[in-house]
Design a protein around this ligand. Sequence first.
Ligand code: SRM
Ligand code: SF4
Length: 554
Amino acid sequence: MMTTLSPVETIKANSRFLRGTLVESLADAHTGGLREPDQTLLKFHGSYQQDDRDLREERAEAKLEPAHSFMIRTRTPGGVVTPAQWLAFDAIARRYGGGSLRLTTRQAIQLHGVIKRELKSTLQAINQTLIDTIAACGDVNRNVLVSANPVDSDAHRIVYADAVALSEALLPATRAYHEIWLDEQPVAGTPEVEPLYGPTYLPRKFKTAFVLPPQNDVDIHAHDLGFVAIVVDGVVAGYNVLVGGGLGTTHGDARTYARAASVLGYVPRGQEIEVAKAVLTTQRDHGSREDRRLSRLKYTIDRLGLDWFRGEVEQRSGVKFAPAKAVRFTSRGDRFGWTRGVDGNWHLTLRLVAGRIADRSEASLLSALRQLAQVHQGDFRITANQNLVVAGISPEARPEIERIFIETGLAALLERSPVELNALACVALPTCPLAMAEAERYLPRFSAQVQSLLARHGVPEEVLSLRISGCPNGCSRPFLAEVALVGKAPGRYNLHLGGDAFGVRLNRLYRENIDEAEILAVLDRSFGRWRLERGSAEAFGDYADRVLLAEVAP
Ligand code: SRM
Ligand code: SF4
């Protein structure tokens, strides 16, 4: 059967290992944007071309090109950043990024609004901090996630080291990034190869995460490849391996769906890189390269079968899977405030609403975190819930950190209800080109309204996961929330209910394309019924799954 490759495949194939004409595009002073193929290639270097959507109409009327700028995303496995690196990012944000940093749901830092003529200087400044942006986006293995809250400090240290090693092992080999952004001279006469990826890389993005049960703060079931640490007597003995998670969908295209990852089996520690390479190359060779909507690993597995996939990974890696070990998750959110690790050091988890850090009228978060970074001796850990852990604070250092925490207003940000503290939203408008509705800018208002409803029904302290995405791509992992809004059009959302409290069960569509008034009315009725009808202590998501969704099931 004749198949047509997606145009992105041709761009990759012709790119000379991700170089394309990026140098020429960057040098073209007539436009604030890049040539189209270079926009695709730029993603593999950790950056996206965007435009300010708040200004689109006005600029179109004035016959001006869109207000182009660039988003840059870091590769920071496990979200670990030193205080010196934080201070450097603070300076970079003030100089190139409009005075704003954004922590992402994949433990990365994003800058928005970088203009074309400063893109190279910004990437160079980032590199000087010893953080890079290679493979932060594109059809490659992306930033590797690790549970962020290091209560069990020893196991966390090991799992983090395994994640960093895996992130390095799955990096593309091309020197394009170093040549284009860091002025490295190509070595003449050396034929370039991509031993792992090949010249056309993967069919689609590929995401990996490590989790330390019982806390599922990375939503392990949302990733193409997941490693669940099995800790025996304080030692990381091995990993349960999960594959085929993925959340992106397209409204109106029933072929697309969110999928929770499936279990491949257990492997002893030390085999995870071989297994990862085998999973990745199986997807490289068998993933669809025709329709990018159907290219993620989840579709490959469903098309070819989990047993076939397991066999292929075993054959490629030489690793035989044992039956998965029993695992139980008991929480998924961040542990806000002060916690103490087994090593005696303290960790302080801060709430940063939707991960946005800027000096705004309501709080000077960028400056507050700069103050912390100036005195902190441990490290910072970006959580997969868009928050920040000030980690590894010695008992002697705690009073000074505590003083800054209180005086700068960071402590006040924790004085919110559980639902507001745990809610997530993707970026959406004004920078995301795919947004259909608001998310980040809507989160404070909407989460406060949901909180009022919970209070009205006598459960103000209920820990309920609430997530908003501006479109069905699902960047805030809405399909794993108990209550989720998924953008459909300005001011209109699909309402999903029924995820469980620990990020294991996917939710389902409950009402389609409704506005705020209707969403609140539906939630009001649903919370009322849950309070009356729930089994003892039944979480809202479980009740919605058992009762509300059963009523609307086809
Ligand atoms: Fe995402 C595309 C933001 C995590 C699924 N995502 C985008 C883009 C780059 C829009 C674009 O393609 O032009 C968004 C940029 C907005 C902006 O202005 O910054 C964007 N995604 C984000 C972030 C920043 C959301 C956030 O608020 O934190 C997250 C960055 C993560 C990182 O640091 O790497 C982010 N995106 C996710 C997640 C959650 C996760 O990975 O844990 C998902 C769902 C999981 C998954 O991949 O299945 C996710 N993003 C998508 C998709 C749908 C992929 C699919 O399989 O269909 C797209 C669109 C695409 O790839 O075509 C997308
Ligand atoms: Fe953009 Fe959609 Fe992702 Fe939100 S979910 S950041 S709107 S792509």
